[in-house]
Ligand binder design. Sequence first.
Ligand code: UDP
Length: 231
Amino acid sequence: MYKRILLKLSGEVLSGEDKKGFDENALEYLANEIKEVVKNGIKLGMVIGAGNLFRGRELQNVTNSIGDHIGMLGTVINALYLKDYFEKKGIKTVVVSQIVNLPSVRIIHYDDIELYFNAGYVVIFAGGTSNPFFTTDTAAALRAVEMKADVLIKATKVDGIYDKDPKKFKNAKKYDKITYDDAINLGLKIMDTEAFSICKRYKMPIIVLNFFKKRNLLNAILDSGIGTFVK
Ligand code: UDP
């Protein structure tokens, strides 16, 4: 059983697939899944994307670096939205970030993060890596290493890592286990190369799983064999 988890969620987990904004059903599902994890005493850090609001590369006529700043601010909006929603559902949550100075967001400080975990708070790391030209997958890898997580869990809408897109190809083959090098060399699109290589360098295992199967997240934490394990 894993005791310390960094969970990476894409922004679309908050809006529903290929939609923008926030969806009540999506938020409720997410809060219920997180509640199960917290009830089991797991120390949970989260990195959230912003695909439901802004992705730098999708913003037309906006300079790349500025588009990415907009994307990073989107992750802060998502984190605050989630914090508020979680707390209404009884999940104690703190948002930490290096990129904004707001009374509702705390600066990332390693000693404090330990205190938040010990007090039973979910810690949402907002603002990505704080740098343009990166994604929240890379932020998740960095935060997982920083918080000394046992594992980085990447929540997706498929059952794990496949050799090709299982939504497009019926004969796509799922990997139960794969090495970092294979994940990088095969160019598998499930996570950024930068994220895989940080995890490889610091020996951070990754589980890629289907977040939309009920209790899948908790089951992966309590028991092995769910999704694809990258090591
Ligand atoms: N972003 C960035 N630096 C980071 C993380 C994110 O510039 O370290 C920006 C980038 O524009 C990205 C957007 O924030 O497109 C949202 O992140 P991401 O695309 O990873 O969100 P997701 O697809 O997971 O919802």
